[in-house]
Design a protein around this ligand. Sequence first.
Ligand code: ADP
Ligand code: 5GP
Length: 206
Amino acid sequence: MMELWPKKGQLFVITAPSGTGKTTIIDIIRKKIEGIGYSVSHTTRPPRTGEVNGVHYYFVTRKDFEKMIEAHEFVEWAVIYDHLYGTSMSSVESTLSSGKDLLLDLDIQGAQEIKKQFPEATLIFILPPSLEILHERLQGRSSQDDTSIGLRMGKAAEEIRKCRDYDYLVINDDLNQAAREVEAIIIAQRAKTERRFPLVQEIFHV
Ligand code: ADP
Ligand code: 5GP
């Protein structure tokens, strides 16, 4: 099917309050969906248990991150919970021009910046079933102290208020159902007439 794919890939941005289950869902999607790459961000925050350098993030020093900012290597970057996070331009451009779609895991500011630069990007917001359950999930995840959980809960309520600006809202209650919904969104976006029609034209000369 490779040759039937559009020549330029499309961007999918996923945002969720920290602890919602976004990384878990993205891990499932990366295994299940063909033709989609994942943009591995750079961050100055330390890795959590189970996180692998180059797979979940590139874990870099603040000094190296600042050098990348100066060299204009980021398509967007942000300060989140005292750490720096950024998406490198080269990974976005090389993936899209290879015809592959790309999944970006970004906070709200990052998602807005990408939408400005790539208006065709599809924005998906994942919500927890409730704030109480979000709190439980944050507690269940290793390596976070109470201050960090408090900060994340505060930011979560603020982020949820902005979810209306997204194209799709997915509630992560049952994990498999939520992953299926994200998968369905990606598949449906690929079949949009404005994306498929150029191929149809090529095949049928219409
Ligand atoms: P995020 O990437 O959004 O910060 P994670 O993927 O690290 O969140 O998930 C936070 C915690 O919640 C993890 O311990 C994960 O196993 C758990 N989790 C994720 N989705 C669900 C779900 N649907 N039901 C119960 N626990 C979940
Ligand atoms: P965490 O530390 O929980 O992995 O991520 C914290 C927040 O940073 C999440 O909201 C996540 O989406 C966001 N994030 C991760 N990578 C990037 C990035 O490259 N740019 C921006 N703007 N946000 C990011």
